[in-house]
Design a protein around this ligand. Structure first.
Ligand code: NAD
Length: 475
């Protein structure tokens, strides 16, 4: 692999030291990434602060630049997809899809109309609500969708007039570093900076006095630390955190009909998706059939190195995550669960785990109560709908949920009782779109991304009030 450099003030910057990046399909280091030290972070912050003074003034330019960023990213899809697969593990098709998704987000925000919000304009006076950018945004992303989740921040933050210093996860820094490279000639210097490195780089960024907003996607545990680090300075904060998303299958749902969609709602990206289905509750009359239908799909999935043709699911991204999934599945099996499919690591190098369907589990077991973030799905039976709604809500998390039934009214009334940021009927994650807000309730986050609501998160309100023109002219 070629050299990977950071982007600071529009130029390529390397570092005194580097760290190894592992291909999860082989468990071997295949590239080195720069480890940003304190002086280089200071340069990035200073560049972002200076660039902000000009960037915030011209919305027309910002729209043009966002469109150019979309075009440049689209043109670089093949190159970036290869690197994304190598560092993340997902299939090449999924990597291309992730980059395509990011292009869509950039174009959506380039084209988003931001109408003036005039509250009063009459003979008594004029009052307008103005949304002003915040300044330098410190953006921090996880390893599951490094490019898509970064773009959820980059596009609205830049469109709103902020500048950014972005830091990817040390497990997947390379594609994000390439983003900086791809946009070096497109974005004015200092507007978009990319740094990489292990902790304490993120801590330096969230605590940095130049940072006016922290936009963080990652685990709830780290999100809480990030929130604490912003308190002293009263920095603005958006947190997109973990989930334990339930799917509730009603007694009139047809298991065979829903199985494909439900399966991929759980196993997309090998289950490493914040809003993947993490636990299925199915009425006891449908339980056996649904377990069989999901198990058949799990056994048919083609698992392998994402760079090989026709592979559907790759390895888990990293060793700690692999260990976590193995431990959670092992704990469930040790406590009486049955693996209707899978249940163990694949016998090959890399962090591969069999797509696993677990039955004989219920609330109170770790695999049901915790976020597994991997290819292992517990299917829990219930017989009382009110009770299962309570169980679905009895979680510290509240990211997304789904309800499955041919009776859309009945499903919608169940959906309305679920405590989470998004709930969809007969599909999971069906409302994750550029034009709809995405965010979690409870421990799943603070604030939202996407749509005009996501853009508003990168602004602060200002009221502009003045007397009526007639008052000045004496009429
Ligand atoms: P993580 O919290 O371990 O790391 C996320 C990012 O934070 C990484 O870039 C990491 O280097 C950085 N970081 C670590 N310690 C930090 C600190 N003290 N200060 C500042 N930054 C720090 O999460 P992860 O393991 O990379 O990602 C998986 C988690 O992310 C899961 O819990 C998943 O649910 C969550 N996630 C949430 C969403 C969402 O939109 N809600 C999306 C994707 C992933």
């Amino acid at each position: 692999m070629t050299d990977f450099t950071m982007t600071i003030n529009g130029t390529a910057v390397s570092s005194a030291s580097t760290f190894g990046v592992i291909n999860p399909a082989t468990a071997e280091v295949f590239a080195q990434a720069p480890a940003c030290d304190r002086p280089r972070l200071e340069e990035a912050m200073a560049a972002a602060r200076t660039a902000y003074l000009t960037w915030k003034t011209d919305d027309k330019t910002r729209r043009v630049v966002l469109r150019e960023m979309a075009d440049a990213l689209e043109a670089a899809t093949d190159r970036l997809a290869l690197v994304l697969t190598a560092e993340q593990g997902k299939s090449l098709g999924d990597a291309r899809q992730e980059i395509g998704h990011s292009v869509v987000w950039l174009r959506y925000y380039a084209d988003l109309e931001t109408p003036r919000e005039v509250v009063q304009d009459d003979e008594h006076g004029f009052a307008e609500v103005v949304r002003r950018p915040l300044g330098v945004v410190a953006a921090i992303t996880p390893w599951n969708f490094p490019i898509a989740l970064a773009t959820w921040k980059i596009a609205p933050a830049l469109r709103a007039g902020n500048t950014m210093v972005l830091k990817p996860s040390p497990f997947t820094p390379l594609t994000t570093l390439l983003l900086g490279e791809v946009w070096r000639d497109v974005v004015p210097p200092g507007v978009f900076n990319v740094v990489s490195g292990p902790e304490p780089l993120g801590t330096w960024m969230t605590g940095h006095p130049a940072t006016r907003k922290v936009s963080f996607t990652g685990s709830t545990a780290v999100g809480k630390r990030v929130a604490a680090s912003t308190a002293d300075d009263l920095k603005r904060l958006t947190l997109e955190l973990g989930g334990n998303d339930p799917a509730i299958v009603l007694d009139d749902a047809d298991p065979e009909q829903i199985a494909d969609s439900l399966f991929w709602g759980a196993f997309v990206n090998n289950g490493q998706l914040c809003f993947a289905v993490k636990r299925v509750y199915v009425h006891e009359r449908r339980h056996a059939d649904l377990v069989a239908a999901l198990a058949a799909r799990a056994q048919a999935v083609r698992v392998g190195d994402g760079a090989e043709p026709d592979v559907q699911l790759g390895p888990l991204n990293n060793k700690p995550q692999f260990d976590r999934v193995r431990d959670l599945v092992g704990d469930a099996l040790a406590h009486g669960a049955v693996a209707a499919a899978g249940g163990k690591p694949l016998d090959r190098p890399g962090y591969f785990f069999e797509p696993t369907i677990l039955t004989g589990v219920t609330d109170g077991s770790r695999i049901v109560d915790e976020e597994q973030f991997g290819p292992a799905l517990p299917v829990v039976s219930y017989n009382d709908l009110d009770d299962v709604i309570e169980r679905a809500n009895a979680s510290e998390f509240g990211l997304t949920a789904s309800v499955w039934s041919p009776d859309l009214d009945r499903a919608s009334s169940v959906a309305a009782r679920l405590d989470c940021g998004q709930v969809s009927v007969n599909v999971h994650g069906g409302a994750v779109r550029p034009d709809l807000p995405f965010g979690g309730h409870k421990w799943s986050g603070i604030g939202v991304e996407n749509g005009p609501w996501g853009l508003h998160g990168f602004t602060e309100l200002q009221v502009l009030a003045r007397p009526a023109r007639q008052a000045l002219s004496g009429n």
